[in-house]
Write a new protein. Structure first.
Length: 518
Protein backbone atom coordinates (compact mmCIF):
# COMPACT_ATOMS: atom_id res chain seq x y z
CA UNK A 1 0.00 0.00 0.00
CA UNK A 2 1.49 3.40 -0.97
CA UNK A 3 2.45 5.69 1.86
CA UNK A 4 0.26 8.72 2.29
CA UNK A 5 1.05 11.74 0.17
CA UNK A 6 4.08 9.86 -1.49
CA UNK A 7 4.61 9.34 -5.24
CA UNK A 8 7.43 7.93 -7.39
CA UNK A 9 8.96 4.56 -8.64
CA UNK A 10 10.86 1.81 -6.83
CA UNK A 11 12.77 -1.30 -8.28
CA UNK A 12 12.03 -4.58 -6.61
CA UNK A 13 12.94 -8.30 -7.26
CA UNK A 14 10.44 -11.12 -6.98
CA UNK A 15 11.37 -14.80 -6.17
CA UNK A 16 9.07 -17.81 -6.53
CA UNK A 17 10.09 -20.80 -4.28
CA UNK A 18 8.69 -24.37 -4.02
CA UNK A 19 7.55 -25.00 -0.52
CA UNK A 20 9.25 -28.46 -0.03
CA UNK A 21 12.48 -29.77 1.02
CA UNK A 22 14.96 -28.99 -1.66
CA UNK A 23 12.42 -26.96 -3.51
CA UNK A 24 13.64 -24.90 -6.39
CA UNK A 25 13.07 -21.15 -6.93
CA UNK A 26 13.06 -18.64 -9.77
CA UNK A 27 13.70 -14.80 -9.50
CA UNK A 28 12.74 -11.76 -11.59
CA UNK A 29 12.90 -7.90 -11.35
CA UNK A 30 9.83 -5.69 -10.47
CA UNK A 31 9.34 -1.87 -10.87
CA UNK A 32 6.52 -0.25 -8.81
CA UNK A 33 5.46 3.32 -9.75
CA UNK A 34 3.15 5.51 -7.53
CA UNK A 35 1.85 8.39 -9.69
CA UNK A 36 1.40 11.88 -8.06
CA UNK A 37 -2.18 13.22 -7.43
CA UNK A 38 -2.85 17.06 -6.95
CA UNK A 39 -3.99 17.86 -3.39
CA UNK A 40 -6.25 20.91 -2.62
CA UNK A 41 -4.65 23.88 -0.90
CA UNK A 42 -5.36 24.65 2.73
CA UNK A 43 -5.22 27.55 5.23
CA UNK A 44 -6.21 28.40 8.77
CA UNK A 45 -9.17 30.84 8.98
CA UNK A 46 -9.18 33.79 11.38
CA UNK A 47 -11.82 34.88 13.88
CA UNK A 48 -14.87 37.12 13.46
CA UNK A 49 -13.79 40.65 12.58
CA UNK A 50 -15.60 43.46 14.44
CA UNK A 51 -15.33 47.16 13.63
CA UNK A 52 -17.43 50.23 14.46
CA UNK A 53 -19.74 52.11 12.12
CA UNK A 54 -17.97 54.83 10.14
CA UNK A 55 -14.55 53.52 11.17
CA UNK A 56 -11.54 53.93 8.89
CA UNK A 57 -10.29 51.43 6.31
CA UNK A 58 -9.52 48.07 7.91
CA UNK A 59 -6.37 46.00 7.30
CA UNK A 60 -5.40 42.99 9.37
CA UNK A 61 -4.01 39.46 9.11
CA UNK A 62 -6.82 36.97 9.00
CA UNK A 63 -5.68 33.77 7.15
CA UNK A 64 -2.52 31.79 8.08
CA UNK A 65 -0.76 28.50 7.32
CA UNK A 66 -1.47 28.74 3.62
CA UNK A 67 -0.37 25.54 1.73
CA UNK A 68 -0.67 24.37 -1.88
CA UNK A 69 -0.85 20.83 -0.59
CA UNK A 70 1.76 18.34 0.73
CA UNK A 71 4.81 18.52 -1.39
CA UNK A 72 3.15 20.97 -3.76
CA UNK A 73 4.15 24.47 -4.66
CA UNK A 74 1.57 25.90 -7.02
CA UNK A 75 0.97 29.68 -6.75
CA UNK A 76 -2.08 30.50 -4.60
CA UNK A 77 -4.52 33.47 -4.42
CA UNK A 78 -7.37 34.48 -2.08
CA UNK A 79 -10.78 35.74 -3.16
CA UNK A 80 -13.57 37.01 -0.89
CA UNK A 81 -17.18 36.72 -1.93
CA UNK A 82 -20.01 38.44 0.05
CA UNK A 83 -23.75 38.25 -0.40
CA UNK A 84 -25.40 41.28 -2.06
CA UNK A 85 -26.93 42.31 1.27
CA UNK A 86 -23.57 42.11 2.93
CA UNK A 87 -21.82 43.94 0.11
CA UNK A 88 -24.08 46.95 0.75
CA UNK A 89 -22.32 47.47 4.10
CA UNK A 90 -19.01 48.40 2.46
CA UNK A 91 -17.53 51.32 0.62
CA UNK A 92 -14.54 49.08 -0.34
CA UNK A 93 -15.48 45.38 -0.43
CA UNK A 94 -13.52 42.88 1.64
CA UNK A 95 -10.39 41.54 -0.08
CA UNK A 96 -7.43 39.41 0.99
CA UNK A 97 -3.91 39.29 -0.36
CA UNK A 98 -1.80 36.13 -0.71
CA UNK A 99 -0.35 36.65 2.73
CA UNK A 100 -3.83 36.45 4.32
CA UNK A 101 -4.23 40.14 5.14
CA UNK A 102 -7.91 41.16 5.05
CA UNK A 103 -8.85 44.70 3.93
CA UNK A 104 -12.17 46.55 3.62
CA UNK A 105 -13.73 49.98 4.25
CA UNK A 106 -17.16 50.25 5.95
CA UNK A 107 -19.78 52.25 4.09
CA UNK A 108 -20.85 55.60 5.50
CA UNK A 109 -23.37 55.15 8.33
CA UNK A 110 -23.62 51.42 7.56
CA UNK A 111 -23.80 48.78 10.26
CA UNK A 112 -24.78 45.12 10.51
CA UNK A 113 -23.35 41.60 9.99
CA UNK A 114 -21.63 40.69 6.74
CA UNK A 115 -21.42 36.98 5.76
CA UNK A 116 -18.65 36.28 3.26
CA UNK A 117 -16.68 33.29 1.94
CA UNK A 118 -12.88 33.28 1.71
CA UNK A 119 -11.52 31.08 -1.05
CA UNK A 120 -7.83 30.01 -1.55
CA UNK A 121 -7.27 28.80 -5.14
CA UNK A 122 -4.33 27.22 -7.02
CA UNK A 123 -3.41 29.54 -9.84
CA UNK A 124 -3.25 26.95 -12.67
CA UNK A 125 -5.64 25.28 -15.00
CA UNK A 126 -7.97 23.07 -13.06
CA UNK A 127 -6.50 24.35 -9.86
CA UNK A 128 -8.15 23.24 -6.68
CA UNK A 129 -9.38 25.56 -3.89
CA UNK A 130 -10.27 25.62 -0.24
CA UNK A 131 -12.92 27.82 1.49
CA UNK A 132 -13.74 29.17 4.92
CA UNK A 133 -16.54 31.45 6.17
CA UNK A 134 -15.71 35.06 7.09
CA UNK A 135 -17.95 37.10 9.42
CA UNK A 136 -17.51 40.85 9.63
CA UNK A 137 -19.55 42.67 12.26
CA UNK A 138 -19.98 46.46 11.88
CA UNK A 139 -21.36 47.66 15.19
CA UNK A 140 -23.69 50.68 15.11
CA UNK A 141 -22.53 54.05 16.46
CA UNK A 142 -25.16 56.61 17.54
CA UNK A 143 -25.36 59.42 14.99
CA UNK A 144 -26.77 62.85 15.88
CA UNK A 145 -30.38 63.35 14.82
CA UNK A 146 -31.30 65.84 12.14
CA UNK A 147 -34.28 67.74 10.77
CA UNK A 148 -35.17 70.32 8.15
CA UNK A 149 -36.22 73.65 9.62
CA UNK A 150 -39.30 75.55 8.50
CA UNK A 151 -39.43 79.30 7.85
CA UNK A 152 -36.98 81.34 9.92
CA UNK A 153 -39.64 83.82 11.05
CA UNK A 154 -43.33 83.63 11.95
CA UNK A 155 -45.55 86.66 12.62
CA UNK A 156 -48.92 86.73 14.39
CA UNK A 157 -50.96 89.64 15.75
CA UNK A 158 -51.39 90.68 19.39
CA UNK A 159 -54.16 88.82 21.24
CA UNK A 160 -54.43 86.21 18.46
CA UNK A 161 -55.50 82.68 19.35
CA UNK A 162 -53.26 79.68 19.94
CA UNK A 163 -50.89 78.96 17.04
CA UNK A 164 -50.30 75.45 15.67
CA UNK A 165 -48.60 74.59 12.35
CA UNK A 166 -46.13 72.08 10.95
CA UNK A 167 -42.65 73.57 11.06
CA UNK A 168 -39.94 70.87 11.17
CA UNK A 169 -39.74 68.10 8.53
CA UNK A 170 -37.40 65.25 7.51
CA UNK A 171 -36.98 64.40 11.18
CA UNK A 172 -34.38 61.62 11.53
CA UNK A 173 -32.78 59.80 14.44
CA UNK A 174 -29.68 59.40 12.26
CA UNK A 175 -28.89 57.37 9.12
CA UNK A 176 -30.40 53.92 9.44
CA UNK A 177 -31.44 54.59 13.05
CA UNK A 178 -34.81 54.48 14.76
CA UNK A 179 -35.25 56.30 18.06
CA UNK A 180 -38.82 56.79 19.33
CA UNK A 181 -37.54 59.02 22.14
CA UNK A 182 -36.52 61.96 19.96
CA UNK A 183 -37.47 65.31 21.50
CA UNK A 184 -37.13 68.93 20.43
CA UNK A 185 -35.58 71.40 22.87
CA UNK A 186 -36.83 74.97 22.35
CA UNK A 187 -35.11 77.89 24.07
CA UNK A 188 -36.46 81.42 23.52
CA UNK A 189 -35.37 84.88 24.62
CA UNK A 190 -37.03 88.27 24.26
CA UNK A 191 -36.19 91.91 24.97
CA UNK A 192 -39.84 92.71 25.75
CA UNK A 193 -40.51 94.11 29.23
CA UNK A 194 -43.42 91.71 29.70
CA UNK A 195 -44.15 88.04 29.17
CA UNK A 196 -44.82 87.43 25.48
CA UNK A 197 -46.45 84.00 25.72
CA UNK A 198 -49.05 82.40 27.93
CA UNK A 199 -47.89 79.10 26.38
CA UNK A 200 -44.26 79.25 25.21
CA UNK A 201 -43.20 77.97 21.78
CA UNK A 202 -42.90 74.17 21.74
CA UNK A 203 -42.18 71.65 19.00
CA UNK A 204 -43.64 68.14 19.11
CA UNK A 205 -41.44 65.21 18.05
CA UNK A 206 -43.50 65.22 14.84
CA UNK A 207 -42.42 68.82 14.11
CA UNK A 208 -45.65 70.65 15.02
CA UNK A 209 -44.92 74.17 16.34
CA UNK A 210 -47.33 75.53 18.96
CA UNK A 211 -47.51 78.68 21.11
CA UNK A 212 -50.10 81.07 22.54
CA UNK A 213 -49.51 84.84 22.74
CA UNK A 214 -50.01 86.34 26.20
CA UNK A 215 -52.85 88.87 26.46
CA UNK A 216 -51.80 92.34 25.25
CA UNK A 217 -48.23 91.17 24.53
CA UNK A 218 -46.20 92.07 21.46
CA UNK A 219 -42.58 92.07 20.31
CA UNK A 220 -40.08 89.53 18.97
CA UNK A 221 -38.70 86.38 20.54
CA UNK A 222 -35.67 84.55 19.13
CA UNK A 223 -35.85 80.78 19.63
CA UNK A 224 -33.17 78.13 19.16
CA UNK A 225 -34.51 74.66 18.31
CA UNK A 226 -32.47 71.46 18.71
CA UNK A 227 -33.43 67.81 18.22
CA UNK A 228 -32.07 65.47 20.92
CA UNK A 229 -32.02 61.65 20.84
CA UNK A 230 -32.21 59.20 23.73
CA UNK A 231 -28.41 59.01 23.83
CA UNK A 232 -28.12 62.74 24.40
CA UNK A 233 -26.77 63.61 20.97
CA UNK A 234 -28.04 66.88 19.52
CA UNK A 235 -28.73 68.04 16.03
CA UNK A 236 -27.42 71.31 14.70
CA UNK A 237 -29.40 74.18 16.26
CA UNK A 238 -31.84 76.05 14.04
CA UNK A 239 -33.13 79.58 14.77
CA UNK A 240 -36.71 80.84 14.60
CA UNK A 241 -37.94 84.38 15.27
CA UNK A 242 -41.54 84.66 16.50
CA UNK A 243 -42.95 88.17 16.12
CA UNK A 244 -46.20 89.32 17.72
CA UNK A 245 -47.20 92.52 15.95
CA UNK A 246 -48.88 95.12 18.20
CA UNK A 247 -52.56 96.02 17.96
CA UNK A 248 -53.72 99.34 19.40
CA UNK A 249 -55.67 98.78 22.63
CA UNK A 250 -58.16 101.17 24.16
CA UNK A 251 -56.74 103.46 26.86
CA UNK A 252 -57.55 102.85 30.49
CA UNK A 253 -57.66 104.67 33.82
CA UNK A 254 -58.88 104.43 37.40
CA UNK A 255 -61.13 106.91 39.19
CA UNK A 256 -60.82 107.96 42.80
CA UNK A 257 -63.53 107.85 45.43
CA UNK A 258 -66.73 109.75 44.72
CA UNK A 259 -66.51 113.36 45.97
CA UNK A 260 -68.76 114.12 48.96
CA UNK A 261 -69.27 117.87 49.25
CA UNK A 262 -70.99 120.43 51.47
CA UNK A 263 -74.28 122.03 50.55
CA UNK A 264 -72.70 125.43 49.95
CA UNK A 265 -71.79 126.43 46.39
CA UNK A 266 -68.26 126.74 45.10
CA UNK A 267 -65.60 125.54 42.67
CA UNK A 268 -63.97 122.25 43.60
CA UNK A 269 -60.82 120.65 42.20
CA UNK A 270 -59.51 117.15 42.88
CA UNK A 271 -55.95 116.67 41.56
CA UNK A 272 -55.14 113.12 40.45
CA UNK A 273 -58.79 112.11 40.68
CA UNK A 274 -58.13 109.94 37.62
CA UNK A 275 -55.01 107.81 38.02
CA UNK A 276 -53.26 104.91 36.29
CA UNK A 277 -53.84 106.74 33.00
CA UNK A 278 -52.55 104.44 30.28
CA UNK A 279 -52.37 104.39 26.50
CA UNK A 280 -53.41 100.74 26.75
CA UNK A 281 -52.08 97.62 28.37
CA UNK A 282 -48.30 97.39 27.78
CA UNK A 283 -48.42 100.37 25.39
CA UNK A 284 -47.01 103.22 27.48
CA UNK A 285 -43.42 102.34 26.53
CA UNK A 286 -44.18 102.04 22.80
CA UNK A 287 -44.04 105.36 20.89
CA UNK A 288 -45.74 103.86 17.86
CA UNK A 289 -48.84 103.24 19.99
CA UNK A 290 -48.96 106.71 21.59
CA UNK A 291 -51.91 109.00 20.84
CA UNK A 292 -53.06 112.23 22.53
CA UNK A 293 -55.56 111.37 25.27
CA UNK A 294 -58.55 113.34 26.53
CA UNK A 295 -61.23 112.66 29.12
CA UNK A 296 -64.91 112.98 28.30
CA UNK A 297 -67.44 113.52 31.10
CA UNK A 298 -70.95 113.05 29.76
CA UNK A 299 -74.53 112.26 30.71
CA UNK A 300 -74.40 113.75 34.21
CA UNK A 301 -77.72 113.42 36.01
CA UNK A 302 -79.09 116.51 37.83
CA UNK A 303 -76.51 118.57 35.94
CA UNK A 304 -78.83 121.55 35.42
CA UNK A 305 -79.51 122.04 39.13
CA UNK A 306 -76.25 120.89 40.71
CA UNK A 307 -73.66 122.57 38.49
CA UNK A 308 -73.27 126.26 37.75
CA UNK A 309 -73.93 126.73 34.05
CA UNK A 310 -71.92 125.35 31.15
CA UNK A 311 -68.53 126.27 32.60
CA UNK A 312 -69.38 124.66 35.93
CA UNK A 313 -69.94 121.19 34.50
CA UNK A 314 -67.50 118.44 35.61
CA UNK A 315 -64.31 118.13 33.54
CA UNK A 316 -61.19 115.99 33.91
CA UNK A 317 -57.88 117.23 32.56
CA UNK A 318 -55.48 115.01 30.63
CA UNK A 319 -53.47 114.75 33.85
CA UNK A 320 -56.52 113.44 35.74
CA UNK A 321 -57.59 116.57 37.67
CA UNK A 322 -61.37 116.78 38.27
CA UNK A 323 -63.01 120.25 38.42
CA UNK A 324 -66.61 121.48 38.71
CA UNK A 325 -68.62 124.32 40.19
CA UNK A 326 -71.59 123.52 42.44
CA UNK A 327 -74.71 125.53 43.00
CA UNK A 328 -76.14 125.70 46.50
CA UNK A 329 -78.22 122.79 47.74
CA UNK A 330 -81.36 124.64 48.90
CA UNK A 331 -83.27 121.63 50.17
CA UNK A 332 -82.69 119.75 53.36
CA UNK A 333 -81.94 116.53 51.42
CA UNK A 334 -78.76 115.03 49.99
CA UNK A 335 -78.44 115.11 46.19
CA UNK A 336 -76.05 113.61 43.67
CA UNK A 337 -75.02 113.59 40.03
CA UNK A 338 -73.90 110.41 38.29
CA UNK A 339 -71.60 110.98 35.31
CA UNK A 340 -70.17 108.73 32.63
CA UNK A 341 -66.40 109.07 32.13
CA UNK A 342 -64.38 107.90 29.14
CA UNK A 343 -60.72 108.26 28.18
CA UNK A 344 -60.33 108.64 24.44
CA UNK A 345 -57.48 108.72 21.98
CA UNK A 346 -57.88 111.82 19.85
CA UNK A 347 -59.28 110.37 16.65
CA UNK A 348 -58.93 106.84 17.99
CA UNK A 349 -60.20 104.30 20.48
CA UNK A 350 -62.09 105.06 23.68
CA UNK A 351 -61.95 103.25 26.99
CA UNK A 352 -64.92 101.48 28.45
CA UNK A 353 -67.18 103.82 30.39
CA UNK A 354 -66.63 104.29 34.09
CA UNK A 355 -69.09 106.08 36.32
CA UNK A 356 -68.43 108.61 39.05
CA UNK A 357 -70.94 110.07 41.48
CA UNK A 358 -70.63 113.58 42.91
CA UNK A 359 -72.59 113.84 46.14
CA UNK A 360 -73.66 117.15 47.66
CA UNK A 361 -74.83 116.93 51.24
CA UNK A 362 -77.71 118.74 52.84
CA UNK A 363 -77.02 121.44 55.40
CA UNK A 364 -75.01 119.86 58.14
CA UNK A 365 -75.81 119.77 61.84
CA UNK A 366 -75.53 123.26 63.26
CA UNK A 367 -76.53 124.97 59.98
CA UNK A 368 -79.68 125.74 57.99
CA UNK A 369 -80.17 126.97 54.45
CA UNK A 370 -80.81 130.70 54.10
CA UNK A 371 -81.95 131.56 50.58
CA UNK A 372 -81.05 135.24 50.96
CA UNK A 373 -77.35 134.34 51.28
CA UNK A 374 -77.48 131.17 49.25
CA UNK A 375 -75.57 129.29 51.95
CA UNK A 376 -76.09 126.94 54.82
CA UNK A 377 -75.66 129.39 57.69
CA UNK A 378 -74.54 128.35 61.17
CA UNK A 379 -76.62 128.90 64.29
CA UNK A 380 -75.87 128.83 68.01
CA UNK A 381 -77.50 126.01 69.94
CA UNK A 382 -79.10 127.07 73.27
CA UNK A 383 -81.00 125.26 76.00
CA UNK A 384 -82.95 126.37 79.07
CA UNK A 385 -83.80 124.54 82.31
CA UNK A 386 -87.50 125.30 81.96
CA UNK A 387 -87.74 123.21 78.76
CA UNK A 388 -85.13 120.44 78.99
CA UNK A 389 -84.28 118.41 75.87
CA UNK A 390 -85.34 121.19 73.47
CA UNK A 391 -82.72 122.84 71.25
CA UNK A 392 -83.14 126.55 70.57
CA UNK A 393 -81.38 127.57 67.33
CA UNK A 394 -80.21 131.18 67.57
CA UNK A 395 -79.35 132.86 64.24
CA UNK A 396 -77.19 135.86 65.07
CA UNK A 397 -76.47 138.95 63.02
CA UNK A 398 -73.02 137.58 62.22
CA UNK A 399 -74.48 134.45 60.62
CA UNK A 400 -77.20 136.12 58.57
CA UNK A 401 -77.36 137.87 55.23
CA UNK A 402 -77.52 141.69 55.87
CA UNK A 403 -77.58 141.03 59.61
CA UNK A 404 -81.16 139.75 59.80
CA UNK A 405 -84.23 138.40 58.01
CA UNK A 406 -87.85 139.39 57.62
CA UNK A 407 -90.25 137.59 59.93
CA UNK A 408 -91.64 135.37 57.13
CA UNK A 409 -88.14 134.56 55.83
CA UNK A 410 -87.05 133.63 59.32
CA UNK A 411 -90.06 131.34 59.64
CA UNK A 412 -89.10 129.72 56.28
CA UNK A 413 -85.63 128.94 57.62
CA UNK A 414 -87.14 127.40 60.74
CA UNK A 415 -89.56 125.34 58.63
CA UNK A 416 -86.64 123.93 56.55
CA UNK A 417 -85.29 122.59 59.83
CA UNK A 418 -88.62 121.01 60.73
CA UNK A 419 -89.20 123.69 63.36
CA UNK A 420 -90.82 127.10 63.75
CA UNK A 421 -90.04 130.48 65.24
CA UNK A 422 -89.81 130.03 68.99
CA UNK A 423 -92.95 129.68 71.10
CA UNK A 424 -92.70 130.74 74.75
CA UNK A 425 -95.11 128.92 77.04
CA UNK A 426 -94.67 131.02 80.15
CA UNK A 427 -92.74 133.82 81.82
CA UNK A 428 -90.08 131.43 83.13
CA UNK A 429 -89.21 130.18 79.65
CA UNK A 430 -89.25 133.75 78.39
CA UNK A 431 -86.83 134.96 81.05
CA UNK A 432 -84.48 131.99 80.77
CA UNK A 433 -84.29 132.18 76.97
CA UNK A 434 -83.71 135.92 77.03
CA UNK A 435 -80.87 135.40 79.49
CA UNK A 436 -79.32 132.69 77.29
CA UNK A 437 -79.57 134.86 74.17
CA UNK A 438 -78.05 137.97 75.70
CA UNK A 439 -75.09 135.90 76.85
CA UNK A 440 -74.33 135.30 73.15
CA UNK A 441 -75.51 138.33 71.16
CA UNK A 442 -77.89 141.29 71.15
CA UNK A 443 -81.29 141.35 72.79
CA UNK A 444 -83.65 141.60 69.80
CA UNK A 445 -84.97 138.58 67.86
CA UNK A 446 -88.13 137.37 66.16
CA UNK A 447 -90.44 135.05 68.08
CA UNK A 448 -93.22 133.00 66.57
CA UNK A 449 -96.09 135.34 67.47
CA UNK A 450 -98.23 137.39 65.04
CA UNK A 451 -101.71 138.74 64.46
CA UNK A 452 -101.66 138.49 60.67
CA UNK A 453 -104.72 136.28 60.61
CA UNK A 454 -106.90 138.59 62.70
CA UNK A 455 -105.98 142.03 63.90
CA UNK A 456 -105.04 142.21 67.60
CA UNK A 457 -105.60 138.47 68.00
CA UNK A 458 -102.06 137.13 68.48
CA UNK A 459 -101.34 133.46 67.88
CA UNK A 460 -98.21 131.27 67.88
CA UNK A 461 -97.15 129.91 64.49
CA UNK A 462 -96.80 126.41 65.89
CA UNK A 463 -100.47 126.12 66.83
CA UNK A 464 -103.70 128.09 67.11
CA UNK A 465 -103.39 128.82 70.81
CA UNK A 466 -104.15 132.36 71.79
CA UNK A 467 -101.49 134.35 73.54
CA UNK A 468 -103.74 135.04 76.53
CA UNK A 469 -103.60 132.13 78.96
CA UNK A 470 -103.35 131.41 82.66
CA UNK A 471 -99.56 131.29 82.29
CA UNK A 472 -99.36 134.78 80.79
CA UNK A 473 -100.92 137.36 83.08
CA UNK A 474 -102.28 140.25 81.06
CA UNK A 475 -101.47 138.37 77.84
CA UNK A 476 -97.66 138.44 78.07
CA UNK A 477 -94.62 140.63 78.81
CA UNK A 478 -95.37 143.46 76.38
CA UNK A 479 -93.39 146.67 76.39
CA UNK A 480 -95.36 149.67 77.61
CA UNK A 481 -97.81 150.75 74.93
CA UNK A 482 -97.50 147.46 73.07
CA UNK A 483 -98.97 146.00 71.03
CA UNK A 484 -99.98 149.17 69.21
CA UNK A 485 -100.28 148.00 65.60
CA UNK A 486 -99.30 151.47 64.47
CA UNK A 487 -101.03 151.79 61.12
CA UNK A 488 -100.54 155.51 61.27
CA UNK A 489 -96.83 155.10 60.66
CA UNK A 490 -97.02 151.73 58.88
CA UNK A 491 -100.04 151.31 56.61
CA UNK A 492 -99.32 147.59 56.24
CA UNK A 493 -99.62 147.20 59.97
CA UNK A 494 -97.32 145.86 62.62
CA UNK A 495 -98.36 142.23 62.81
CA UNK A 496 -95.17 140.41 63.92
CA UNK A 497 -93.67 140.20 67.40
CA UNK A 498 -90.04 140.80 68.32
CA UNK A 499 -88.36 140.20 71.66
CA UNK A 500 -86.63 143.44 72.64
CA UNK A 501 -84.86 143.84 75.96
CA UNK A 502 -86.74 140.94 77.49
CA UNK A 503 -90.13 142.39 76.47
CA UNK A 504 -92.32 142.03 73.39
CA UNK A 505 -93.21 144.54 70.74
CA UNK A 506 -95.17 144.30 67.53
CA UNK A 507 -93.29 145.71 64.54
CA UNK A 508 -93.37 145.65 60.77
CA UNK A 509 -93.00 142.04 59.56
CA UNK A 510 -90.64 143.32 56.82
CA UNK A 511 -88.15 144.56 59.37
CA UNK A 512 -84.85 142.68 59.55
CA UNK A 513 -84.05 140.87 62.76
CA UNK A 514 -82.22 137.92 64.18
CA UNK A 515 -84.42 135.01 65.28
CA UNK A 516 -84.72 131.76 67.21
CA UNK A 517 -86.10 128.44 65.91
CA UNK A 518 -87.37 125.73 68.24
Amino acid sequence: MPAAEVSGSTNCSATLTEQMVGGLSASGSLVITVTAVNDPPSFTAGAVVTVAEDSAAYSGAWASNMSAGPGESQPLAFTVDCSPASAALFMALPAMDASGVLTFTPGANAFGNASCTVRLTEQEAGGLSATAPLSIVITPVNDPPSFTAGPSSITVTEDSSAYAAQWASAISAGPGENDPALVFIVSCSSSAAFTMFSASPQLTNAGLLTFTPAPNAYGSSVCNLTLVDSGGLRSASQQLTVTISPVNDAPSFKLGSSPFLPANPGTFTYPNFASNISQGVNEDASPELHFPLQFKVISCTNAAIMFDGVTGQPTISAAGSLSFKLTVNPNNVERSSRCQVQLQEVGGLASTSTFMTIVQSRCQVGTAYVSQSGYCEPYTSLSIPANPGVEYALFTAESLYSGGLKWSDAQTVCSSMGRGLVKLADATQDAQLYSAVTAVTGNQYWIGLNDQAMESIYRWVSDSSLLVSANWPNGGPWLPGQPNDSKATNPSGEDCVQMAGGKWQDIDCNSLSTFICA
